[in-house]
Design a protein around this ligand. Structure first.
Ligand code: IP8
Length: 266
């Protein structure tokens, strides 16, 4: 089944939740973002959101990413998946009550990983949604794994996989900082923002940056961006913008000039 090249928008968990809290949704931010998404009216858009203070604390508490080792992790797997459906539900509320025909696809039901990497993905519902002009929404989730029993699939791996698989037009990553820096801008005031990076430059930086924050089980900012490498290798560009700043996501979706980091193959 073919489909026009989609645009893939990742909304970081740090944008739609308060990562310092637990189960702390930012519903006003969701409504603002949805308004921007609606206004931009991009055809063939796919949204993927992260876990923030919903998925990460529970996943960490029960070591879900490391795989199934003890019976008592099962309730942790169930809870991680459940809180992600709750966060997704809040985001879907914002979309649907804003008259956007969005439909969510649950990764735990259509993705199987092998040692944490996507091995199988039932993509037909996603493609059918796109072909019919719906807006598909996916998210980082607790998923089943052939070797580990279960694990955590980050929204970023999903973005990169879908982008590569469907040969996306471009990727937009909305985060809570102005782009990709040479150091953590939240800790270091002198951190320098990269306006543009080639794949070669990104790879050179990869080893230097990005210790995960205390409550992010999927690798911190740089780990997340490193996930995009296969897509960028395929010639798909990625723009990282501050989604907490009004109209940045709108401008990025419209292809207008906006402060951030553009990563391209060359
Ligand atoms: O926030 C991870 O997704 P991410 C989701 O995109 C869970 O890394 C369940 C922790």
């Amino acid at each position: 089944m073919s489909v026009l090249k989609p645009v893939i928008l990742k909304i970081g968990g740090s944008v739609i939740t308060d990562k310092k809290g637990e189960l702390a949704a930012r519903t006003q931010e969701m409504s603002r973002l949805v308004e921007e998404i609606r206004k931009a009216s991009v055809q063939n858009l796919i949204i993927v959101h992260g876990g923030g203070s919903f998925g990460h604390p529970v996943a960490q508490k029960y070591a879900i990413k490391e795989g199934f080792k003890e019976e008592n992790q099962k309730i942790g797997f169930a809870e991680t998946h459940h809180v992600m459906t709750v966060l997704n539900g809040l985001f879907m509320d914002a979309l649907i009550w804003n008259n956007v025909s969005a439909v969510s696809i649950t990764p735990s039901s259509c993705v199987i990983t092998k040692k944490g990497r996507i091995q199988r993905f039932e993509e037909n519902p996603l493609i059918m949604l796109l072909r019919m002009g719906f807006l598909p929404v996916m998210y980082g989730d607790a998923v089943f794994d052939t070797d580990l029993g279960f694990t955590i699939l980050s929204g970023d791996q999903l973005v990169s996989y879908i982008a590569t698989r469907l040969n996306a037009e471009r990727i937009i990553i909305g985060v809570d900082v102005d782009g990709l820096y040479d150091a953590d801008p939240k800790g270091e005031t002198n951190a320098k923002l990269f306006a543009h990076l080639t794949l070669k430059e990104l790879k050179a930086l990869q080893n230097r940056l990005g210790e995960p924050t205390a409550c992010d089980v999927t690798g911190g900012m740089f780990g997340k961006i490193a996930e995009l490498i296969p897509a960028i290798e395929q010639g798909i560009s990625a723009t990282i913008v501050n989604a907490t700043k009004p109209n940045y996501i709108y401008k990025a979706l419209k292809g207008e000039k906006v402060e951030g980091t553009l990563i391209e193959k060359e």
